[in-house]
Design a protein around this ligand. Sequence first.
Ligand code: SF4
Ligand code: SF4
Length: 350
Amino acid sequence: MSKIFKQVQAHQLSKRYNIAAFPIKIEHFPEAPSRITFDSGVEIESTCLSCVNKYCINYTNEELKSIYFNDFPHDTNNNVCPINAIEWDINSDFPHIKSEICFSCGLCASRCPVGAIYLTKDTAIINTKNIDYIDNTDIKSHKAEIDKFQNATKTGKYLDESDVLFSLIYNKILETNANSQFPNLITRNLLIQLGLSTLIRRKGDVNLRMDGVFNARNNPKIKGVIEIEFGKDVLDSPRNILDNLAVLSSRHNYQYNDLIPLVVSFNLPNIRTEYWRVIKDISNVLNIKIQSFTIGTLMLLLWNQQYIDFSQHNFYVDCDNPSINSTLSNILNRKINLSNFEFSITAPNK
Ligand code: SF4
Ligand code: SF4
């Protein structure tokens, strides 16, 4: 069978729910399938519709653009999963997740328009339970079905944070043989899902010093520059980010005080390191407020279906207050359930 014929056949397998009503709510649950409520009162489990556009697997070219930094030479890798744990065999009706390497970040789940992917502490799961489907006969009817979900209210959460959960996730990441672009890819993808159009430096590009740039999708005034360091080099990030601001100001005509500097790390640095003091010095002398994130913090926000809004949220932390917990608590309207004993996700461990 020719490859072209196989692709056409795969598209013909896309599905619609056999329910003559409008979806009004998709509710997510930790460790259990999401549920869809229709305006007729009918409720069903979200199950995979075998999308023509593989939302859970790839970004579109449009999603990998920035309105401000269109001359930034960026990585065009369009994989949603930074570790390639989600794939779709052309002979299969549904995508498949390699649970041995999936670390439940939630990126693919947050992309699914019908909520068919849910998270457990070990892996993401695509719900392919056999419900009453109608096979689409054309791409148009499939697109119309997906469009119906655009305005459905999204509630609930994908996972509950805990020390045990982050221990599993972080250790799985450390055991995975990820390539050198992994830190940049996971950061870019998490930031995109959290509302920031983000570009990252191409793999091996030694001519560019900064790791990434971003602008808020819903607020054209909010834009910034990113340093991503998952190792000990994070200690140099505050100084590197000043370097990035200087380059963008002097060579590319951006106003440095219009740019939000953002450091993304695996762990927050130890409280005894210079990192925290340097951030405070930069704030005191230059009035530049460096925002610090870990990928665990970004996952936590994603699991709770939040967006980063720099006009409302302040992730500035320094030696006087090195914890992100109060900002997260304000956003989530509840206490953060983490001691940061093994990994420094939202505050440095002592
Ligand atoms: S998991 Fe969701 S996004 Fe992926 S093919 Fe299925 S319905 Fe589409
Ligand atoms: S949950 Fe994350 S790691 Fe797992 S398949 Fe989805 S994107 Fe990949």
